[in-house]
Design a protein. Structure first.
Length: 685
């Protein structure tokens, strides 16, 4: 209800009876009126509230209108206060241009010429009052709107859901290509990570935003259809949103309100749950097969372990057999050497003895390979000429292959030497040749070739930079498929039948190449053949030429003066033959069958010039004897004879080693080297 005071009339007519007459007329019509005797009363009345004001022309002529003009200028937007201006006869606006000034000051003014009829005044008063009431109604509506907007803004700012109003941008073809943000709430910024978005376009904020978002909002803007959907926004950081979009304003405004929530966590949980359910489903479907496969893998691992243990046992057995075999060869070799010197000059008999000696040399070579398999052979890298090494072993390889697999050697003239262990390299080459033969069951050419290359390159990368020599064994057999080629160097992997391969050959070669600072590569095409290549680092100096073992046919070094030598060996055959060889060279020999006996003899004979002892003896080994002797006679020259290729740990470079079986010439050379070195050097650090 509009307050009563707001409908009253304020009357200011200081001269005559106009004020009283007007008030009486209004009172008769039921319109309250208040007569104001001064402009200050008018101003106070306006501040308190009124429906309209009646003012005479002459009251304005001499009054200060500035306070009234200020009040009128400061009216609220909803207010346009009405005035009725009583003019003199003939003083209407059309006949009194000066009255236009009052119009400019008062604004909403109606001119009433005096004298006036009561009906005219009442009509104008009611018209002014109706206008004022509409202003009051507008004020009430504006207040309602203000309250509603504040409620909306409070809700807009406080809701957890993101909210924005956007204006769509279309190209000439009507395709939505962008949108501009008109409003956003705090939750919008929190859920999208976009700040200061108002007034900016989505393409400027997120250039990679997916087109499907623009398409959806474009349909809403053009059709007015409301949509609810869930969609993925990869460009906003791999987020998921639940969205409700609807058009606002007129269709021509192309504006869309968007209410949304971040559901990324829920969607990821749903995705994880779905994946887990799928995995569980797959697991249930394949459980039996997986159990079978796991059982097969365990069986395979157990077989591999048994195979490894078997090979280890074979290696230990082989090493022991090779040691004993060396002792037997030693007895035969030394006996045949002495026999050849003492039998009559009978060519036929000498040929038989030479055949026996050649047999012992071949047996010695065999034991060296057995020791290499058992990993009891000394492994020393030397500078080797690859063509020489291959040619030296070519005859053995060809005999191993058989006539159906001829060898072809291809080497460039300027090939650099390599750093490698000759025994290991020969074994690797023989192993690769056997593989090549097995790949060509019906026979075929086996090519052994070499090349020199700067590595690493585009094909071979797992080596240190430098010059490398590639030693290849090439066949034209059945080749390997990709799966087999990938696993070819795995330990225990073999495509050969049961009992035809251990599956360790290529893995041992691969390990050898790495140990020597190189690498091993396999190239194979199914149905075309295989190329296996050992890449070894080139040596910087000239190669060490391979030499044959010292034999009876080589010129023996000069014999030193007769020495008093103590020979120690628990094997009576070896002790007998060693003593015989030394005595044949003119030396005096004392014999001991154990380390303890040797110590007793040394104590009883301080004039002994040289000690030659076996390594593998019961109760006290050769190295233990050496340690005891050096505490008693630190300058006594010592030779350690062993059937194994390597010295015990800690003795490398400290004592002279003599490898069994040895010839008399090799024994003589060892004796000379031992006694001619400065005493004590061999056992010094």
């Amino acid at each position: 209800m509009i307050p009563h005071i707001s409908e009253r009339a304020l009357i200011h007519a200081p001269l005559g009876r106009d004020a009283a007459i007007a008030a009486a007329m209004l009172g008769e019509a039921g319109i309250p009126a208040e007569v104001c005797t001064s402009f200050s009363m008018i101003e106070r009345g306006l501040e308190r509230g009124a429906g309209f004001a009646i003012i005479t022309e002459e009251s304005l002529t001499s009054a200060d209108l500035h306070p009234l003009a200020t009040w009128l200028d400061n009216q609220p937007d909803w207010s346009d206060f009405p005035f009725i201006l009583l003019t003199r006869r003939g003083g209407g606006l059309e006949r009194n241009p000066g009255a236009r000034r009052f119009l400019d000051v008062l604004g909403n003014v109606t001119f009433l010429e005096r004298p006036f009829h009561p009906t005219t005044l009442i009509s104008l008063a009611r018209s002014a009052l109706r206008g004022r009431r509409r202003q009051y109604e507008a004020r009430a509506r504006l207040e309602d709107l203000r309250v509603g907007r504040e409620k909306y803004r409070s809700l807009f700012e406080s809701i957890d859901a993101g909210f924005c109003i956007i204006e769509m941008v279309f190209d000439e073809a009507g395709t939505p290509i962008d949108y501009v943000f008109l409003e956003t709430n705090p939750a919008f910024r929190k859920q999208t990570g976009l700040h200061n978005a108002v007034g900016r376009s989505m393409r400027s904020l997120v250039p990679g935003h997916e087109q499907r978002w623009f398409d959806i909002y474009g349909v809403v803007a053009t059709t007015g259809e409301k949509v609810r959907f869930e969609e993925h926004a990869e460009a906003l950081g791999d987020m998921w949103y639940e969205v409700y979009a609807f058009r606002v304003g007129e269709a021509t405004d192309k504006r869309v309100a968007v209410l949304f929530n971040d559901i990324s966590k829920r969607r990821r949980m749903e995705e994880t749950l779905r994946e887990n359910e799928e995995r569980l489903h797959r697991l249930n479907e394949t459980l039996e097969a997986r159990v079978v496969e796991r059982t097969r893998e365990l069986t395979h691992a157990q077989n591999a372990l048994r195979q490894s243990q078997k090979l280890e046992a074979i290696g230990q057995l082989t090493g022991g057999v090779a040691h004993d075999f060396n002792n037997l060869l030693m007895a035969i070799m030394s006996s045949m050497t002495l026999l050849r010197r003492r039998v009559p000059d009978d060519p036929a008999l000498h040929r038989l003895i030479d055949n026996a000696l050649q047999g012992t040399e071949r047996g010695a070579a065999l034991t060296q390979r057995m020791l290499a398999f058992a990993r009891r052979q000394e492994l020393v890298s030397e500078r080797l000429d690859v063509p020489d090494l291959v040619r030296n072993i070519a005859e053995l390889v060809q005999r191993t292959m058989g006539p159906a697999w001829p060898l072809e050697l291809q080497f460039p003239a300027d090939l650099s030497p390599v750093l490698a262990d000759p025994n290991q390299l020969e074994m690797a080459l023989l192993n690769l040749a056997v593989n090549a033969r097995d790949a060509m069951a019906g026979g075929g050419l086996i090519r052994i070739a070499a090349e020199q290359r700067e590595l690493p390159d585009s094909q071979i990368k797992s080596v240190e930079p430098g010059v490398y020599i590639g030693l290849s064994v090439i066949d034209h057999g059945h080749g390997m498929d990709a799966a087999t080629l990938e696993r070819a160097t795995e330990p225990f992997f073999t495509t050969k039948g049961i009992g035809k391969g251990t599956g360790l050959g290529l893995s041992m070669i691969h390990g050898l190449a790495n140990q020597l600072g190189g690498t091993f590569t396999l190239q194979s095409t199914q149905g075309e053949g295989t190329r296996a290549t050992l890449w070894l680092p080139a040596a910087q100096e000239n190669a060490t030429k391979l030499s044959l073992p010292v034999s009876e046919k080589q010129e023996a070094p000069p014999t030193p003066a007769a020495l008093k030598i103590l020979a120690v060996d628990d094997d009576g055959l070896i002790l007998l033959n060693t003593s015989a060889l030394l005595e044949d060279l003119g030396h005096r020999v004392l014999e001991a069958s154990s380390g303890r006996q040797a110590l007793e003899i040394l104590e009883a004979h301080p004039d002994i010039d040289l000690l030659i002892t076996d390594q593998a003896m019961p109760n006290m080994t050769g190295t233990q004897l050496v340690q005891e002797v050096t505490s008693l006679r630190p300058t006594l020259p010592i030779i350690l004879a062993t059937g194994y290729g390597e010295l015990p740990p800690g003795f490398e470079g400290k004592i002279l080693k003599l490898t069994k079986p040895f010839t008399q010439a090799v024994l003589q050379a060892a004796v000379i080297e031992a006694v001619q070195k400065p005493q004590g050097v061999l056992l010094s650090d």
